[in-house]
Write a protein of this length. Structure first.
Length: 381
């Protein structure tokens, strides 16, 4: 299908990433998923190939591409069948580093963004806490100014890349009396005294990405590590969350497309009652429904991305796209598993991984219920 959002250049980059994924990623996915950690060479390799800087300016080592270049990367990584890797990379390219580009000083760009584009530094973003998930404004991590330093105390949970990360973009309260307006962002390096990775969490899906619980105990960071304006962190991070949600959904849809293709293949070759599964109308209709829902979700991602890329702030559409894509990806995976029958429930068929991985789409980056809240508010309810 021609969506008229991708240029010849996008398609060339897509082919390059696709070849890389098939040759250098796919052969390792099973092993990485079993060990619960993808190899440390992946980030530097992606950096070397220029994939981590597709959307960043050339003067910082990026390729100067547009938002759709990022979508191409997200889609092609998702086609590896390893949602974990696509998610970990999206955290690097679309969650943790955009605020540095947007709000960072030149020194911060040199110290954090450029090595992140090169894959020499891995980044994570710390918003969620044990007592504050959907309700971001209720975070308790506190940063108090003490001379030339900020002293940080608090805990973060469910932090993607948190175990392997070289630094964190940390969200902390700097003026609790101001609520939303008392939050700031900080760059905190791994190895800073008082910054601990307390646990690597075990997950149902996305197993080869690392997810951490973090502790900050009288962790002192120099004042120059404040990212952006003091007390503007909530607004800065809310802007960032919009782009991240959309990119995550491009991954979700591409993953669903791969699941559909694999299931079509399976249903063509598996016969029962003397005919291939696709010859049962009920199965054919399910496959047709999957294809239709995926197409609708994809069109919504592209049309919303077009607005986002043009500098608009389409919060309502992003929430709608997040809701539809997350639900579609999970429904597609669940139906695909059903079509695989007992084989679908076996670890040797990777449809089970799509089923486990896609479940996260309805929780991470804002739950279905929070998307419905945003949409309701946009309707004036
Ligand atoms: C694998 C994984 C990776 C993650 N990576 C990161 C990361 O890198 N960085 C980061 O900061 N966070 C990360 N998260 C956290 C993620 O964004 C949160 O889990 C998510 O926002 C939900 O917060 P919560 O888990 O605390 O659930 P809660 O907020 O406790 O919600 C529990 C339930 O209540 C519902 N609920 C809450 N409020 C309302 C309401 N007002 N109306 C109706 N229903 C409501 C929710 O929808 C949900 O069903 C990750 C999570 C996971 C699981």
């Amino acid at each position: 299908m021609n969506y008229s959002v991708f240029t010849e250049e996008h398609q060339q980059v897509r082919q390059t990433i696709r070849k890389f994924v098939e040759k250098e990623i796919v052969p390792h996915v099973e092993e990485w998923e079993k060990q619960g950690y993808f190899a440390d060479w992946v980030f530097p390799r992606l950096g070397e190939l220029g994939f981590l800087g597709l959307r960043y300016p050339e003067k910082y080592g990026g390729a100067g591409g547009d938002y759709f270049m990022g979508i191409v990367l997200a889609e092609e990584l998702a086609r590896s069948g390893c949602g974990a890797l696509a998610m970990a990379v999206a955290v690097q390219t679309d969650m943790a580093t955009p605020p540095i580009m947007q709000f960072g000083t030149e020194e911060q760009i040199q110290k954090y963004l450029i090595p992140a584009i090169q894959g020499q530094k891995v980044a994570c973003l710390g918003i969620t806490e044990p007592n504050a998930g959907s309700d971001v404004a209720s975070i308790e991590t506190r940063a108090v100014r003490d001379g030339d330093h900020w002293v940080i105390n608090g805990r973060k949970i469910f932090i993607t890349n948190g175990v392997r990360a070289d630094f964190i973009v940390l969200v902390a309260k700097t003026d609790p009396a101001l609520g939303y307006n008392g939050v700031s962002l900080f760059l905190v390096d791994k190895g800073t005294p008082g910054f601990y990775v307390t646990r690597k969490l075990e997950k149902v899906g996305m197993r080869s990405s690392d997810t951490a619980e973090l502790l900050f105990e009288d962790c002192r960071v120099p004042v120059e590590n404040l990212l952006g304006q003091e007390n503007r962190g909530f607004h800065q991070i809310m802007w960032e969350l919009q782009g991240e949600r959309l990119m995550g959904m491009a991954c979700a849809v591409a993953g669903a497309q791969r699941t559909l293709e694999k299931t079509l293949e399976y249903a063509r070759q598996r016969s029962q009652f003397g005919r291939p599964l696709v010859k049962f109308q009920v199965i054919a209709h399910r496959l047709a429904e999957m294809a239709t829902e995926i197409e609708a979700a994809r069109q919504l991602v592209y049309s919303t991305a077009r607005k986002y890329a043009a500098g608009q702030y389409p919060v309502q559409e992003i929430a709608m796209a997040k809701l539809i894509c997350a639900r579609t990806s999970y429904r597609v995976a669940d139906t695909a598993l059903q079509i695989h029958g007992g084989y679908g429930y076996m670890m040797e068929y990777d449809v089970q991984r799509a089923w486990r991985d896609s479940r996260l789409n309805r929780i991470g980056g804002g739950t279905d219920e929070i998307m419905l809240e945003i949409i309701s508010k946009s309707l004036g309810l």
